[in-house]
Design a protein around this ligand. Structure first.
Ligand code: GAP
Length: 444
């Protein structure tokens, strides 16, 4: 059983690798700090989270468009957005081993000092230095002619630089939004806590453009704060494990007039940022208007006015959501006299919705019937898996650990009366259900 809260993160890291969710990036070459690869089950879980974002923030709404911008963007974009100048963290450097750590990560600094103390050494830190987080690369055939470009530090700018394209092609009426999901890159000084602080990660964002008006701004900010919080809650969190927190004025990013975070009560160090809601005002469009020389104003037919809209932003980390969902779902209990661990994932997020087993794997009649039942369910519920590895106890343990909500077993009684057992992941209870009602039972 779990000895402490902090042990939970270690258990998740181990489960994620053992069960095919998440692996350290390029592991056979020694890995790369802050980079992770998703395995077969992790990619499904991540896909389900992103799909849920896309459904609720984009597809189900009439006022939001989806788009997908490129990762590589010219330097000028990042000068306009203020990132070349202001997107930085202060770091301190250990004068003994030259390790660099973010000045505000007190836990990491303490860990580093303890490491030296164990070796009977005394650490000295440099004065803080400012370090820009943008990841740069070059495009072009030769070193001389190559152009410096940046891997985007936030996916946001891809939307703002397409604002005019969306206006000209879709003719939206304000207020309207543009949503996007995609990779972002940051040269984090101290990547840590598994997926929490990575150097390559995914974001899901909405930029919601509104009239430049204080009252409208307040109303829309409140609306999106509540919308995003409820969306996050529906990933399967207990209400007491999530909270909204306002940024202090010295904590806000350079573009934000107001900023709130949705935070998760993480088992490593308490409340951690999961999602940001930012009032970006006209910062981005105004700067791109100025730096590109292209008119990014909007003509409001109703008000007969031309203006640069304000932007209310919802910005969530996909990988952080994956991590927090896994941490929240991880459970241990006693079942049938044995300790088991399982993932109590919300049904709409589970990588495998249903697993189908023959009771024994060397009985052709059972296998053939199980294959038929599997095919029948899979037509309606695509993420259904057939599993005849090991014995039935082992199969249940694996499905519990990967968070499969229901397991269907085909046994000898099935061959007589066409009923199967359906086992519930959380209670371990089994019910007999007729094959003809099975799909509606599983989807209810
Ligand atoms: N467009 C606004 C923006 O990027 P942010 O607060 O810097 O704002 C938004 O990032 C979200 O992206 C965060 O709430 C977090 O979930 C995720 N995120 C940021 N940096 C991250 C990192 N290094 N690793 C994983 N996720 C990160």
């Amino acid at each position: 059983m779990l000895k402490s809260d902090s042990e939970k993160l270690e258990k998740i890291v181990s489960l994620a690798k053992r069960r095919g969710f998440i692996f350290p990036g390029s592991e056979i070459y020694g890995g790369l700090a802050g980079i992770y690869d998703y395995g077969p089950l992790g990619v499904e879980l991540r896909h389900n989270i992103k799909q849920y974002f896309w459904n609720k923030f984009i597809s189900e709404r009439e006022d939001v468009y989806g788009m997908s911008a490129a990762i590589l963007m010219p330097e000028r974009v990042w000068e306009a957005s203020g990132h070349t100048e202001q997107f930085s963290d202060p770091l301190v450097e250990c004068e003994l081993c030259h390790a660099r750590i973010r000045e505000d990560l007190l836990d990491a600094i303490k860990e580093h000092e303890d490491m030296h103390t164990k070796k009977k050494e005394k650490t000295k830190w440099s004065e803080p230095k400012v370090f820009n987080l943008l990841v740069e690369t070059k495009l072009g055939a030769s070193q001389d002619s190559a152009t410096k470009v940046y891997l985007r530090g936030e996916i946001t700018q891809g939307v703002h630089v397409n604002f005019k394209n969306i206006l000209d092609s879709m003719h939206p009426k304000i207020p309207f939004g543009i949503g996007q999901i995609g990779k972002a890159f940051r040269n984090e000084i101290t990547p840590r806590d598994f997926l929490f602080r990575q150097r390559e990660f995914e974001q899901m964002e909405l930029q919601y453009y509104i009239r430049p008006d204080e009252e409208e701004g307040k109303k829309m900010f409140e609306y999106w704060k509540e919308f995003a919080f409820n969306w996050y809650l529906n990933l399967g969190f207990k209400k007491e494990n999530l909270r909204l927190r306002a940024h202090a004025s010295d904590e806000r990013a350079h573009y934000a007039k107001d900023a709130w975070d949705i935070e998760y009560n993480a088992p490593f160090g308490g409340w951690k940022e999961a999602w940001g809601i930012h009032h970006r005002g006209d910062w981005d469009l105004k700067r791109h208007n100025e730096y590109s020389g292209k008119d990014l104003s909007y003509f409001d037919e109703e008000k007969k006015e031309r203006y640069i809209p304000w932007d209310i932003e919802c910005s969530g980390g996909v990988d952080r959501a994956v991590l927090f969902v896994l941490l929240e779902a991880y459970s241990e209990d006693e079942l049938g006299g044995e300790t088991r661990s399982y993932l109590k994932l919300a049904k709409h997020l589970a990588p495998i919705q249903v697993a189908v087993f023959p009771l024994l794997k060397n009985k052709p009649d059972l296998i053939s019937k199980a294959r038929d039942v599997h095919a029948l369910i899979k037509k309606q519920i695509p993420s259904t898996e057939f599993d005849d590895n090991g014995n039935i106890g082992k199969r249940y343990r694996r499905q519990d650990e990967i968070g499969t909500p229901q397991c269907v077993t085909i046994d000898f009684q099935t061959l007589d009366d066409n009923t199967v057992t359906v086992r519930d992941r959380d209670t371990g209870n089994q019910e007999r259900v007729g094959v003809s009602e099975l799909v509606s039972f599983l989807t209810k």
